[in-house]
Design a protein around this ligand. Structure first.
Ligand SMILES: Nc1nc2c(c(=O)[nH]1)N[C@H]1C(S)=C(S)[C@@H](COP(=O)(O)OP(=O)(O)OC[C@H]3O[C@@H](n4cnc5c(=O)[nH]c(N)nc54)[C@H](O)[C@@H]3O)O[C@H]1N2
Ligand SMILES: Nc1nc2c(c(=O)[nH]1)N[C@H]1C(S)=C(S)[C@@H](COP(=O)(O)OP(=O)(O)OC[C@H]3O[C@@H](n4cnc5c(=O)[nH]c(N)nc54)[C@H](O)[C@@H]3O)O[C@H]1N2
Ligand SMILES: [Mo]
Length: 754
């Protein structure tokens, strides 16, 4: 296993390539996670921490948003990558004022995200003042007054953008959006804008609510599960155990993916003896190796085949849906379908047959669908197939957009959205007696454009790594450096801190794993998982430093500093006792009545979901809507490739844990571009050559230099490189229709010799 000392950075010449496609998880996964934990937190801290992961009374895994089983939980309800996420936060490494005295900003700018993240936990508030090349310590009080002064000096509240990443608790998110709206703007861009926004848009239009309709039990009781555009072996490893259950009960799995991802094809369950010792379960019964962006055409063709075979749930369609006649009048263009998908008609027919004969179908998807220009219509087509078969609001069936960040769904429920509906804004106004602005705010892409145009002059971020997660790195960094103010509430150092505005602050905060004691005693927070279950999370470790404040405390103190001690919102009492925040959530947020009592139930509670609960669809037609969507072929000129940017097995978004993309067989390097062997040859290169990548968008060109080409079994014409290194290539203007999500999975590129 390649591990470097924290003071070293990545040496890209150490690349090793092995055979991809070894079984996912199993014994190696357990060993890797223990190794990483011991290295970062020491044995005693690991033994104390890991058993509390996802247990009643313990803390919610800061990794992904995959739900916990209700009732009985296994002793170790975590996975290799969850353990790495914990180790990353619970590390015993620290960086305080002496670190920032030793390293200037200009020096830190030269480091990779990997190096920055490996330095350890932030311990004290720091400020970079105009013209200084160092961050220096600042007291909390001075930090809040300085931020308040800068924000109040802006020409308008709309000149600030307030970003959130999806780790923020429900309580912190609720207070944060209240603070931002009390200040006078709806500029609340969040990581969801780059993530499942397309799912939200498509689901609201078609079924009236932007959330998944299945429970964990539904998924495990399905007799057919589609896993589309998702790599669960790496990004949602605990999902593999549910997929294994599906298989054990005789169900089938169809994987649709351009890459033969190990977790989809074979899985060894580390939580049972058979899994640890055996050869693993072959998961996918059918693997459709689709071209990037081909899914709209695929699902449209599947619908055509279902219609032709008469495999339609007419009772469901007539009682609950709208738009069937127009939808059913379409013909399948097979030539277009084969060009878009790269799949053979026979395979699509086999898949349609499997769907036609299944009683309970769940469709799961993630970034492989959401980050395309046609993401929204693509997801609408997935919904069309399920509607045809009556698969919404039925046990063991439904839509399952698999969420990323552990509380990204909860943050939305709490009002982190630049365009919350009027009903929410009115309830907020009524509850607190503060005027709430109605004009929609900026999402991530709009905020970036506004920064370029100097309309936005300040960025405040609760969590995340705005500089590295967003598209068009070079231009984005220029925009961030030009801001009057950047403020980051963070646990660890990242690129966004070193791409500093004129005045820049780092506010260090408690993580999920840490005990949070306030005046009213020890506190817990609440979160919502990917399946709308709301439950508590309580950290147990001692804080990384005695100077840390919780995110809630930071938001409350900023609230008092910015809006005045006599502000209508009782910021100080909210900081003392989080129950008081939850009482307000109960009164403002739909579905959260009696919140304090219900979250204290052992498994928490499930938020209402009308299509799932009672086949009610809150759409303008009052029904679930069939939609008609046109296939747009992605134009790739000769000699060009279509590039997707994705996660390796050893990272959490922009946080790089290490350099081992084990299941794909790539070790020790991250600046690699995976290309089909024949395409490498056709471009006049050899496997392992060093190349520069040029992205082409209209007449714009973007460069990312110094990548190794690696021959990989991707479809012809398709390539892959890691996020965030490849973000420099993603054009800011290339966005999904209807959701404005950056198109990170289809970038037209050419490879050039350096
Ligand atoms: N360990 C770990 N866990 C994580 C994260 C992490 O970084 N590390 N990130 C979290 C977050 S925020 C999120 S959003 C999720 C992300 O979870 P994923 O969506 O699984 O993440 P990606 O790596 O972006 O993988 C996209 C997958 O879609 C496939 N794909 C790409 N384009 C297409 C296409 O056009 N069609 C089809 N059918 N497939 C396509 C890719 O080959 C890849 O397998 O994971 C969450 N969990
Ligand atoms: N090219 C390309 N770009 C992408 C994607 C892609 O697939 N391709 N994926 C997109 C997706 S799906 C997402 S969700 C976004 C992710 O975008 P972000 O959410 O902005 O990025 P992260 O890397 O998850 O943020 C990591 C940082 O969060 C901070 N942090 C960690 N835990 C905590 C905590 O408990 N509290 C606080 N306050 N801070 C904490 C740490 O300082 C850490 O450095 O990126 C998007 N960008
Ligand atoms: Mo995400």
């Amino acid at each position: 296993m390649a591990r470097r000392a924290p003071e070293q950075d990545i040496d890209e010449n150490d690349l090793e390539v092995g055979e991809p496609g070894r079984p996912a998880a199993g014994v190696t996964g357990v060993l890797v996670s223990l190794g990483r934990s011991w290295e970062q937190m020491g044995v005693v801290r690991s033994v104390r921490t890991l058993p509390l992961l996802n247990q009643h009374g313990g803390f919610d895994c800061p990794g992904c948003a995959w739900p916990d089983p209700q009732g009985h939980r296994k002793v170790a309800e975590f996975c290799e990558n969850g353990a790495k996420a914990v180790a990353e936060e619970a590390t015993t490494r620290r960086i305080g004022p002496e670190f920032f005295a030793r390293h200037s900003l200009s020096e830190l700018e030269e480091k990779t995200d990997y190096w920055l993240g490996q330095q350890g936990r932030l311990t004290e508030p720091m400020v970079r003042r105009p013209g200084d090349d160092h961050y220096r310590p600042i007291s909390w009080d001075d930090a809040f007054s300085l931020i308040a002064r800068e924000l109040n000096a802006l020409p308008s509240p709309d000149a600030a953008a307030f970003y959130t990443s999806g780790r923020t608790s429900n309580e912190a998110a609720f207070l944060y959006q209240l603070l931002v709206r009390s200040f006078g703007t709806n500029n609340l861009p969040d990581c969801s804008n780059m993530c499942h926004e397309s799912s939200g848009s498509a689901l609201v239009e078609t079924i009236g609510i932007g959330k998944g309709s299945v429970s964990l039990e539904d998924l495990e009781n399905a007799d057919l599960v589609l896993v589309v555009g998702q790599n669960p072996g790496t990004n949602h490893p605990r999902m593999l155990a549910s997929l294994e259950t599906v298989k054990r009960r005789g169900g089938k799995i169809i994987a649709v993916n351009p890459l033969p991802e190990a977790g989809l094809l074979r899985f060894k369950n580390p939580q049972n003896v058979r899994g640890v010792l055996g050869h693993g379960t072959a998961l996918a019964d059918e693997f459709a190796q689709i071209r990037l962006g081909g899914d709209l055409a695929l699902f449209k063709a599947i619908s055509g085949l279902l219609l032709k075979a008469g495999a339609v749930d007419h009772d469901f369609v007539s009682r609950y849906t709208h738009g069937f006649a127009e939808f059913a009048a379409q013909d399948v263009d097979w030539e277009l379908t084969e060009r878009a998908t790269g799949l053979e008609r026979e395979q699509i027919e086999r898949i349609a047959d499997m769907i036609a004969s299944a009683e309970r179908v769940v469709a799961c998807w993630a970034m492989g669908l959401t980050q395309h220009k046609q993401a929204v219509p693509t997801i609408r087509e997935v919904v069309n197939v399920l509607l045809l078969r009556g698969m919404i609001g039925k046990p063991g069936a439904g839509v399952c957009p698999v969420r990323g960040h552990s509380n990204v769904q909860g943050d939305r429920t709490m009002g982190i959205w630049e365009k919350m509906p009027e009903s929410f804004l009115a309830a907020l106004e009524q509850e607190f007696g503060v005027p709430v602005p109605r004009r929609h705010g900026f999402d991530v892409v709009e905020a970036l454009h506004a920064m370029h145009e100097r309309k936005v002059r300040a960025l405040v971020a609760v969590g995340g790594n705005f500089a590295s997660a967003t598209p068009d790195t070079e231009a984005t960094e220029r925009a961030l450096r030009s801001l009057a103010l950047t403020v980051h509430v963070s646990t660890k150092l990242n690129r966004s801190h070193v791409v500093a505005g004129r005045t820049a602050l780092i506010l260090p905060t408690l993580g999920r794993t840490e005990r949070d004691v306030q005046e009213a005693g020890e506190q817990f927070v609440t979160v919502e998982d990917s399946m709308s279950v709301v439950h508590t999370s309580r950290g147990r470790l001692g804080p990384a430093s005695s100077h840390l404040l919780s995110e809630i405390a930071i938001v409350c103190r900023l609230g008092s500093a910015l809006l005045g001690n006599d502000h209508a919102v009782p910021w100080a009492s909210f900081e003392r006792d989080y129950d008081l925040v939850r009482d307000r959530i109960a009164r403002v947020v739909p579905g959260c009545h009696d919140y304090n009592r219900r979250v204290r139930e052992p498994d928490g509670f499930v938020l209402p979901h009308p299509p799932r609960d009672s086949r009610e669809f809150d759409t303008p037609t009052g029904k679930a809507n069939f939609t008609v969507n046109e296939v747009e072929l992605i134009e790739v000129p000769p000699g060009r490739l279509l590039l997707q940017t994705l996660r390796s097995h050893d990272q959490y978004n922009t946080t790089i844990y290490g350099l081992s993309d084990r299941y794909r067989g790539i070790e020790n390097a991250r600046r690699v571009v995976l290309v089909h062997r024949q395409d490498i040859e056709d471009a006049g290169f050899a496997d392992g050559d060093l190349v520069d990548i040029v992205s082409e968008f209209g007449d714009e060109e973007r460069w990312a230099r110094g990548f190794r080409v690696v021959a990989f079994p991707t479809p012809r014409g398709c390539a892959a490189a890691y996020y965030p290194e490849a973000n420099a290539l993603v054009p800011l203007r290339s966005v999904a229709d209807g959701s404005n999500t950056p198109v990170s999975k289809a970038v037209v590129i050419r490879l050039v010799r350096p």
